[in-house]
Write a protein that binds this ligand. Structure first.
Ligand SMILES: *Cc1c(COP(=O)(O)O)cnc(C)c1O
Length: 393
């Protein structure tokens, strides 16, 4: 049989109705203690460490394994590991491959808390970090030291959406035997499959599009065969478990990921194109717009764009931005994204960039295009711009 296409995998992976009384979805197993009938079976389970057989609730239950199997099939990896949040996934991915005295190359446009982890926790344990320009590509070779163990990528970048040349960086990393980790939260494995380009570990904040309903926290890591054992050990050592109810909800969200993402993509592009024409907007930061600097890479490596992007306003005071955002009817203001609802968030990357400069730029607003009718979303923004103009004159 031909290998099923991604949309078919989304629907079918990690399900076995025949093993569950014909029930379509896997059951929710609540578990701490797992019992073994004999000493021999107990010892066998300890030794075997089969990632799809539990020996204790912290290592997962069949509900966890169903979700891991489904995401792994999409990412095209060896195994996936579910942990309690996206940040927990980042902690596990970094701690799995570094020790005191090692060096990490971290993209300058990385998610803020990833950066804080490097500057505080890793620094405290004697691991140094160099931040690199997301546009560096193969030039990353010049930053590699003898003790460089991990190159961390996130594409597109948080807040400012710069694309990275993943194959060029992976080629350098492979030649130097350095582990590559990529935060794939924005694209999800439906629109980008890092492991197929040679990345060792792909991680997701499943809090975002996988769950898709703004009601749970979760992270999922997927590794190739070589990178998996150390990753599994780190996840176990950090006790980074997720509860079975959340695993069930994430699987439920996953089943509709494809149709939701298509709509997020369409509405995101509709809003982005409309915003480009607005006199209040200096720039739209969206890698799927043909004149975006990231477009050639996006077009080459990605099969779609999700609904998260940003606009840079022409210079205007904070009060004017607040007047625009405070009165929006259909855009919530808050952290996270990837749920069914639209969001608009003021952001300022200037304080968290060191390898690249974000200075003398207009205010940035990050927009998450939800599943509402795009016409309502545009009308809401139009009224927002009217408030902005009224407050800046
Ligand atoms: C939200 C986010 C995370 C962190 O995920 P949580 O589930 O909130 O811990 C990591 N990376 C990116 C790109 C994110 O947007």
């Amino acid at each position: 049989m031909d290998k099923p296409k991604p949309d078919t995998i989304v629907v079918n992976a990690g399900r076995d109705p025949a093993a569950n009384h014909g029930v379509v979805n896997p059951p929710v197993y609540h578990a701490s203690t797992i019992l073994f009938p004999t000493v021999e079976a107990l010892h066998a389970a300890q030794k075997q460490r089969n990632p799809t057989k539990s020996r204790y609730g912290r290592y997962g239950t069949p509900t966890t394994f169903a979700l891991e199997e489904a995401v792994c099939a999409l990412e095209g990896g060896h195994h996936s590991i579910v942990v309690g949040s996206g940040v927990a996934a980042i902690v596990v991915a970094l701690m799995a491959y570094v020790k005191s005295g090692d060096h990490v190359l971290m993209v300058d446009t990385v998610y803020g808390p990833s950066r804080r982890l490097c500057d505080t926790v890793l620094a405290r344990f004697g691991v140094s970090t160099t931040y690199y320009d997301p546009g560096i590509g193969g030039g990353i070779a010049t930053l590699i030291r003898d003790n460089t163990k991990v190159i961390f990528l996130e594409s597109p970048g948080s807040l400012t959406f710069e694309m990275q040349d993943v194959p060029a960086i992976v080629a350098v990393a492979k030649a130097r035997k350095i582990t590559t980790v990529l935060d794939n939260t924005w694209a999800t494995p439906l629109f980008f499959r890092p492991l197929s380009l040679g990345v060792d570990v792909s991680l997701l904040s499943a809090t975002k599009y996988i769950s898709g309903h703004s009601d749970l926290m979760m992270g999922i890591l997927t590794a190739n065969e070589a990178a998996y054992p150390a990753l599994r050990r780190a996840a176990d050592d950090f006790g980074a478990a997720s509860g079975p109810d959340d695993c069930y909800m994430a699987l439920r969200g996953l089943r509709t990921l494809s149709v939701r993402l298509q709509r997020h993509q369409e509405t995101g592009l509709t809003l982005a194109r409309w915003l480009k024409q607005r006199p209040e907007v200096a720039r739209v930061l969206h890698p799927a717009l043909p004149d975006d600097p990231g477009y050639p890479i996006w077009k080459r490596d990605y099969t779609g764009a999700s609904g998260l992007f940003a606009i840079e306003l022409k210079p205007v005071g904070e009060a004017s931005v607040a007047a625009m955002l405070d009165g929006l009817e259909f855009y919530g203001m808050g952290y996270s994204w990837g749920g069914f609802e639209s969001l608009a968030l003021p952001s300022d990357p200037s304080a968290i960039r060191t390898a690249t400069a974000w200075k003398d730029r207009g205010p940035l607003i990050r927009i998450h295009a939800g599943l509402e009718d795009p016409a309502d979303l545009i009308a809401d923004l139009e009224k927002g711009f009217a408030r902005l103009r009224k407050n800046s004159s």
